[in-house]
Design a binder for this molecule. Structure first.
Ligand code: PR8
Length: 468
């Protein structure tokens, strides 16, 4: 892929995922193919969250005074908030914000809900659209002004320890989620100057897109008692005392789908992991004038069997050339294609084409055992795609002993460079300027060595990269 940005825009259009022609900057239309990928991605996360969280739905609008209550939080978002000032022709006496995220929508309600230690912990999530007036260059799915698929979780705890534990659990949840999509990631603690506004600290997931730049694909924030104190969220302890709660929040967005598309895709277009592919298997009948109906009936039977086994299968019986169908399904990233013609029926075989490896093989369809074979193939595809993505990711993580080495490595092929750093803000900011990168965060604490920039004793191993 020579120019990732161009490739990405082309494939969104050609595979009918997103239409970017909607006349509001940073706001796009999900088309049916994209919507299906989005739905399957959501289902995966919902299944994981539903085990320990409850889904809720809060209003889109936040009153100005609630949004303004938490000073650091509002400062962090002040340039990004869309405001509603009028209802029809009437000027509102209290402006309403379109949620940029939902802390200030939810937490005044949490203050009403939390009563006693018996109520805790609370673990809620919602999947909504949020609005951020991004001033940096907008890009479909990657940096949008309407984040259409914001999956945000908010938890409330009685103790600091439990809250810390939840941060670790949330990191595990996102690892499981990204693993199912075959998206590689690094997890690091963002530097203090780059944490979520109002958080004590932020753990962030970054992946690497094919142009070598990193994309933040998810964050987990330990909010401590900051918001609890602002919104007066207290609970009664067993001893009858009133204490402020501890909170976490974490979220992922449409960027997850951008990563699936970008990381697995290739020159032929999309290559979708079976977990999110709209169709996991497409059957293309190879039809000649004679015996066409027989082939089609046979294929319908195969579709029926695979569907019954829980797979997403499609019979492409359009009256167009098979070659055109092959091209289309490859471009759309269908993981497996089955080709079945009269000779295959005779031999009780089918030709299988794996999108990830672009390889053909013949399988027997003599008995229903072929259903398990197809399932195994789909599992192998998932694993192989994930391994390939991780191999490429790991090849883009290198370490450096000096600032010069870090700069050269970043300039050569971008990716992530790791090194020892003292952890001090002025030194970190100087480093960012010298190497023209961002510090992603601290990957490992208590690593004793020498800071590559200032020479002072280092406390941690940090990661830098060119970022989106
Ligand atoms: C929170 N509050 O809001 P966060 N376009 C696409 N994706 C985006 C954009 C954008 N403009 N901005 C952020 N993201 C917390 C946690 C509730 C949930 C994605 O956290 O501001 C990024 O991947 O860090 C980011 O990690 C995630 O949303 C959560 O946003």
């Amino acid at each position: 892929m020579t120019d990732f940005s161009e490739w990405f825009h082309n494939i969104l259009e050609e595979a009918e995922i997103i239409d970017i022609r909607y006349p509001v900057k940073g706001m796009h239309v999900w088309q049916p193919q994209g919507f299906k990928i989005r739905k399957h991605t959501l289902d995966i996360l919902k299944n994981i969250l539903d085990e320990t969280h409850e889904e809720v739905l809060f209003p889109l609008l936040i009153p100005e005074d609630e949004l303004a209550k938490e000073a650091i939080h509002v400062k962090g978002f002040e340039e990004e908030v869309y405001w509603i000032t009028h209802g029809g022709l009437t000027e509102l006496n209290k402006k309403l914000a379109l949620r940029p995220t939902s802390e200030t929508a939810m937490y005044p309600m949490f203050a009403l809900w939390v009563r006693s230690h018996n109520d805790l912990p609370f673990r809620f999530y919602q999947i909504v659209n949020t609005f951020r007036y991004e001033t940096k260059h907008t890009r479909p799915l990657i940096r949008v002004r309407e984040i259409t698929t914001f999956k945000e979780a908010h938890t409330v705890h009685a103790t600091r320890e439990e809250c810390e534990e939840q941060v670790k659990t949330a990191v595990k949840i996102y690892k499981e989620f990204f693993d199912m999509l075959g998206i590689p990631y690094s997890v690091s603690k963002r530097p203090q100057w780059d944490k979520f506004p109002g958080a004590e600290y932020t753990m962030a997931f970054d992946t690497i897109l094919p142009d070598g730049k990193t994309l933040q694909i998810g964050t987990v924030h330990n909010l401590g008692q900051t918001f609890a104190k602002t919104f007066d969220i207290t609970y009664e302890t067993a001893e009858g005392e009133h204490e402020h709660v501890y909170q976490t929040c974490y979220g992922v967005s449409d960027r997850v789908i951008a990563s699936v598309i970008g990381i697995h895709g290739d020159e032929k277009g999309l290559c979708l992991p079976p977990a999110v592919a709209p169709y996991q298997v497409v059957i293309v009948p190879i039809i000649f004038k004679k015996g066409a109906e027989e082939v089609l009936n046979f294929c319908r039977e195969i579709v029926y069997k695979l569907k019954n086994a829980g797979l997403r299968v499609h019979l492409d019986d359009r009256d167009i050339r098979a070659g055109k169908k092959f091209y289309e399904h490859e471009m759309r990233g269908v993981p497996l294609r089955m080709e079945i013609g009269p000779r295959d029926i005779e031999n009780k075989n089918a030709v299988i084409f794996r999108r990830d490896k672009l390889e053909k093989e013949t399988i027997s369809i003599d008995s229903d055992a072929f259903i398990d074979d197809i399932k195994t193939l789909l599992d192998n595809i998932s694993t192989d795609m994930k391994d390939k993505a991780w191999d490429s990711f790991n090849a883009h993580i290198r370490s450096a002993e000096t600032v010069e080495e870090a700069r050269t490595k970043i300039e050569e092929n971008k990716g992530i460079v790791s090194f020892n750093w003292c952890g001090d803000e002025p030194c970190g900011k100087e480093l960012e300027e010298k190497v023209h990168v961002d510090i992603l965060g601290i990957q490992e604490e208590d690593v004793h060595g020498v800071c590559i920039n200032c020479g002072k004793p280092s406390k941690c191993k940090t990661l830098i990269a060119k970022t989106y």
